[in-house]
Design a protein around this ligand. Structure first.
Ligand SMILES: Cc1cc2nc3c(=O)[nH]c(=O)nc-3n(C[C@H](O)[C@H](O)[C@H](O)COP(=O)(O)OP(=O)(O)OC[C@H]3O[C@@H](n4cnc5c(N)ncnc54)[C@H](O)[C@@H]3O)c2cc1C
Length: 563
């Protein structure tokens, strides 16, 4: 099988066999951004890598963030200077490696009476931030007068605004960033499979970790996965894996929950992303995206179910009240909420600190058995977290096997779909794809949306749509409602290991969050396509549709109690 075939859900049995057939240099447990980054880093440094993910790739925290590749302004407030510098520089690298997924956008910081910043402190703070984070000239801060601020965002409260500042943040799609990283890692030889859970760790007679016993949750098969080194990149589950290793001692994780709400853009028609004060001293974002605006986040201690952290009524009320305080004419209510998501920050516990005060720094723990656990950190810093983890492995292998130390290469490795040298090229590519897709009924908007998700891989989707068109014509069957929708499902299943409707509608396309109203009219079509491509019988089709229905409704099911 070639590496590309290792991304097809139709080849799961063969991929599982590869996982159990040989000893790998590294086994990575967890397919969020941290694990995906490690798999890519290690594979490009010549190591053999296996990665297993018990849910879908990115189904943990890495599809539930604010979706910003930060410059780290927030950390300046906590005087985490080194962190501001690291994430600022990192942001630029991630932007160059995945320009179709990382989009620089102006962010307005309104300065209000009794707010956390005055025009003076905002100006100084942003100046230091630009300098520390190495912000390019065109993106440096610009201070605005009251009039300029209100002209920029007329929805702001005229009674409260005393100025504003514009700076640049980079909007992204966290889940797609993970998937494009996994795809690139697989291209470089890593073997990665979703819905495979590490149940037990394996040990040598000297008590050193030698792999894991894993279960493919789709087929029910259990197998042993052997590796010289095991990296625990399980995000909020890091301590559970340390527990399996009986090494959960000393430092521990501290999970805090953050939720976001999504409203129709017409209900909060802001022109720019905004970062604004909340009464309790925190700051939150409002970010326009497509036909929606999303707002968040919260930061509260959490001890409940990790797979599906709930959104409580109080969470929603908090975010709505914060937005209404800044945009008083919007008068948002819970009825405006179209979708939500809730994620858990896998932070490192520090005695006596509140959730928002906990450092976002990452840290590596090495247990007596050799298990390497990496926790904390941010989406933005994933490449550095990966580098540090693989450096540890390579240093150990150098000592143990005289393997040569190969430096990290990912700074220059474009993620799958990211092969553009500048933004103009992206727009030229959209234009050329639009021309091609016109003949099979693709609209310019549909094509542009595909390019901002799949980058240069959009060509494969359009080619597949043509192939389907030709096949239907040759067979004399009617063309379906939309060939691009069909081709996109095909791509998700055959090129991105999607296995069910949620994988497609949540993490491959983001539709459940940002285009939920479009799901109901298309759901039957998508379900049938999955059934045909994955050979679901009627019972399986019903089971899958019911399962997705739970996910579809959960985003608007706000619970009473905090967990
Ligand atoms: C509300 C919120 C907003 C955020 N906003 C931002 C932001 O805007 N920018 C930013 O840079 N960062 C942000 N972050 C932080 C960022 O999202 C996280 O740091 C990052 O996603 C963590 O990734 P991870 O891979 O470590 O964890 P995860 O994404 O949770 O991945 C760990 C994976 O391990 C899997 N796993 C667990 N146990 C097993 C097992 N036994 N076998 C196999 N697999 C297993 C899980 O299923 C999971 O998918 C935010 C976080 C939150 C919660």
């Amino acid at each position: 099988m070639n590496n590309q075939e290792n991304l097809s859900s139709l080849n799961r049995a063969a991929i599982s066999k590869q996982l159990s057939d040989k000893e790998y240099d590294i086994l990575v447990i967890g397919g969020g951004i941290t694990g995906a980054g490690i798999a890519l880093d290690a594979a490009t440094r010549g190591l053999t890598v296996a990665l297993i993910e018990k849910q879908d790739f990115a189904a943990g925290t890495s599809s539930r963030s604010t979706k910003l590749i930060h410059g780290g302004l927030r950390y300046l407030k906590q005087f985490e200077i080194a962190l501001v510098r690291e994430v600022g520089l990192e942001r630029d690298i991630v932007f160059h490696n995945a320009p179709h997924l990382v989009i620089p956008e102006k962010m307005l910081l309104p300065i209000v009476k009794k707010g956390s910043l005055s025009p003076f402190t905002a100006s100084i703070g942003l100046y230091v931030y630009d300098w520390l984070a190495g912000v390019v000239r065109a993106e440096r801060r610009k201070m605005l007068s009251v009039d300029e601020t209100l002209k920029t965002e007329p929805l702001l409260d005229k009674q409260k605004v005393i100025g504003g500042a514009m700076y640049t943040e980079y909007r992204s799609d966290d889940a797609r960033l993970v998937i494009e990283t996994i795809k690139k890692a697989v291209e470089h030889g890593a073997v990665c499979l979703n819905y495979v859970e590490a149940k037990k760790l394996l040990y040598s007679s000297e008590g050193k970790t030698t792999g894991a016993e894993a279960t493919d949750l789709n087929s029910g098969q259990t197998f042993q996965l052997k590796a010289k080194k095991v990296i625990n990149a399980a995000g909020p589950w890091v301590d559970e894996i340390r527990e399996l290793d009986k090494s959960r001692k000393g430092k521990r994780l501290h999970l805090t929950k953050g939720i976001h709400i999504v409203v129709d853009h017409a209900r909060l028609p802001i022109h720019h992303s905004m970062y604004f004060d909340v009464e309790d001293g925190r700051m939150i974002f409002a970010i326009p995206r497509g036909e929606t605006t999303y707002i968040g986040t919260t930061d509260t201690n959490y001890q409940g179910n990790k797979e599906n952290p709930s959104v409580t009524k109080a969470d929603v009320e908090y975010v709505i009240a914060a937005a209404n305080a800044v945009f008083p004419t919007a008068k948002l209510t819970a009825a405006d909420v179209q979708s939500t998501w809730s994620g858990l920050r896998p932070l490192i516990h520090e005695d006596g600190k509140d959730p928002s005060e906990l450092s976002r720094k990452d840290e590596i723990f090495i247990s007596p058995s050799g298990l390497i656990s990496i926790a904390g950190g941010k989406l933005t810093g994933y490449r550095q977290m990966a580098r540090k983890s693989v450096d540890v492995v390579l240093k150990q292998l150098k000592e143990e096997e005289s393997k040569s130390f190969v430096p990290c290469k990912t700074e220059k490795i474009t993620l799958s779909g990211g092969g553009f040298t500048n933004r103009k090229e992206i727009f030229r590519y959209i234009e050329s794809c639009t021309g091609e897709a016109k003949q099979i009924g693709g609209t310019p908007k549909e094509v542009a949306d595909l390019v901002w998700k799949y980058g240069t891989n959009t060509t494969e989707i359009i080619e597949k749509a043509y192939e389907l068109h030709e096949a239907n014509r040759a067979a004399g069957t009617a063309q379906p409602e939309n060939l691009l929708w069909q081709a996109e499902v095909w791509y998700a299943i055959n090129k991105e290991l999607a296995l069910n409707l949620g994988d497609f509608l949540i993490r491959r396309t983001g539709m459940l969050y940002f285009e939920r109203p479009k799901i109901a009219p298309r759901l039957n079509f998508y379900t049938q396509q999955f059934a045909i491509m994955l050979n679901w019988d009627a019972v399986e089709q019903k089971h899958q549709a019911d399962y997705f229905d739970v996910e579809y409704k959960a985003v608007l099911n706000f619970t009473e109690e905090a967990e």
